[in-house]
Design a protein around this ligand. Structure first.
Ligand SMILES: Nc1ncnc2c1ncn2[C@@H]1O[C@H](COP(=O)(O)OP(=O)(O)OP(=O)(O)O)[C@@H](O)[C@H]1O
Ligand SMILES: [Mg+2]
Length: 467
């Protein structure tokens, strides 16, 4: 049943209306009469099939399109839907139906859709799907925390206590505040907590609050809705909190967050909801917050630069990472780890090791830049070392001459190391001269002026096992 209301138009006008309608349809249309003569096609039919009106109008359909099934529809009066057709290189899908007037079949109509575009679109869709998968994989890698507690180096008397607290923190969902100087390993701890928590498989999103311009930080953290700014993206933008949903967000340098935004962050922590910039409603959010700073937050609170309520909310679990100069006992192990990584990746067979006198210098140093500075120093020295031994001369210039920051207490240590180094070298030379048999060692002890037992003790101390 066709619903129309053309009664006020003349017959001629009605015809024009129908023609215009057929012109604007995005499917190809072909109509034949009861004698199989083509009465009408629209421009889309020509575009899809390549058949021009003068080639087909007024002619028997079979003459121009020998395989046309529309004749069947004309004969049996049955609809045919989604029939696949291929003429030359052109592919299309056709729906066919009889035209019935007063219970009599007076013709048939075929409606066709070109497949070239469909193919093109589906190929494009497939390409985009692949891109999306690749992007998602990259995003997953990007948003993965790589460190675990096992990779945090620290001795019992050094960092172990903080590691223990960190492991406890990982068992809960509470906010954590990590305090420590630059380069002490705050991000390392944040990653380890995330990886040891039930959220390990979910995203870990690190945000440096100091590196995002003040004007952008709210929309970066909470996102915005479409049309909020002139430069706003279509469809709005996800904020970092939403990207971190069900995972962990690490807010580094939290002390740099503006007072205004601190209030908004407090709301997220308390209500577990956030509001995108420009949006009226609130969204539920499940994100664990780990914050870090190297600033004295209590001092900032006094100066009214940090909100006390946010401080208490964040400070539920508190990790204080001591600076490296206060846990110098950790230095050898950290150096070992760094050298181990170099040795693993070394293309030559060279196995780097730190000379005692170099270690003495490093232990005496103040490490304002903490573990990061230590790591950079060792990386530099490895690069400078010609042989496997890393000597004091391989250290950066700040460790030479007057620049070196060694306290009096530490210079005793330096002397001891130098004496030990000389002793080790002399013993090695003499052992090499005499050989590895018991008799040879007796001769070596005699030359050195020590008992055989003392020689064995020294060999053990300096790990001289090759003799
Ligand atoms: N205890 C540790 N064991 C092993 N590596 C460590 C340790 N502490 C720090 N590092 C390494 O030192 C570097 C600096 O650590 P990290 O980036 O976590 O410091 P940070 O406190 O976040 O510094 P900043 O305040 O400058 O952001 C990293 O390469 C990290 O892997
Ligand atoms: Mg950091």
């Amino acid at each position: 049943m066709l619903y129309e209301n053309f009664k006020e138009f003349s017959l001629e006008d009605q015809l024009d209306w129908f023609k215009a309608t057929l012109h604007s349809i995005h499917d190809g249309v072909l109509v034949i009469d009861s004698k199989e003569i083509v009465k009408l096609i629209n421009p889309e039919y020509s575009r899809i099939t390549g058949v021009q009106p003068n080639e087909i109008i007024g002619k028997p359909l079979r003459l121009v399109r020998p395989k046309a099934q529309l004749i069947e529809t004309l004969k049996d009066g049955k609809e045919r839907i989604g029939v696949y057709r291929k003429e030359g290189s052109v592919e299309y899908v056709v729906d066919m139906a009889p035209i019935i007037l007063n219970n009599e079949i007076i013709g048939a109509v075929s409606i066709c859709k070109g497949l070239t575009e469909v193919h093109k679109l589906s190929k494009e869709l497939e390409k985009n799907k692949q891109k999306l998968t690749q992007l998602k994989e990259r995003m997953d890698i990007l948003y993965q925390a790589k460190y675990t507690f096992d990779q945090i180096i620290g001795s019992e008397s050094g960092l172990k206590g903080v590691v223990h607290l960190g492991r406890k923190a990982a068992e809960s969902n509470l906010p954590v505040l990590i305090i420590g100087e630059s380069g002490t390993g705050k991000e390392l701890f944040a990653q380890a907590i995330h990886n040891a928590s039930s959220r390990a498989e979910k995203p870990f999103i690190p945000v440096n609050c100091a590196s995002i311009p003040e004007s952008l930080i709210e929309s970066e953290l909470f996102g915005y809705t479409e049309g909020t700014f002139t430069s706003a993206k279509k469809g709005g933008k996800l904020g970092l909190f939403e990207i971190a949903n069900s995972g962990t967000i690490f807010l580094d340098e939290i002390g740099e967050l503006s007072y205004d935004l601190q209030a908004k962050l407090l709301r997220v922590l308390q209500e577990k909801t956030l509001r995108r910039v420009g949006e009226a409603g609130e969204r539920q959010i499940d994100v664990r917050v780990i914050a870090a700073t190297n600033r004295d937050l209590k001092q900032l609170i006094e100066k009214k630069r940090f909100r006390e309520d946010l401080y208490f909310r964040l400070n539920v679990l508190h990790l204080d990472i001591p600076p490296l100069r206060k846990r110098k006992q950790d230095i050898p192990d950290i150096i070992d780890l760094i050298l181990h990584k170099h040795n693993l990746h070394s293309e030559s067979e060279r196995y780097y090791r730190l000379h005692q006198s170099t270690l003495a210098i490093l232990k005496a140093y103040d490490w304002i830049g903490n573990v990061r500075e230590l790591k950079n120093t060792i990386d530099y020295a490895v690069c400078m070392a010609d042989e496997r031994d890393i000597l004091p001369e391989h250290l950066p210039s700040s460790f030479h001459g007057e620049n070196i920051s060694i306290s009096k207490k530490n210079s005793n240590y330096l002397l001891k190391a130098a004496v030990e180094e000389t002793e080790k070298n002399i013993i090695t030379d003499v052992l090499q001269k005499h050989g590895s048999e018991l008799e040879d060692k007796k001769k070596a002890a005699k030359e050195l002026g020590v008992s055989l037992a003392t020689l064995y003790n020294k060999m053990k101390k300096y790990q001289l096992y090759d003799f």
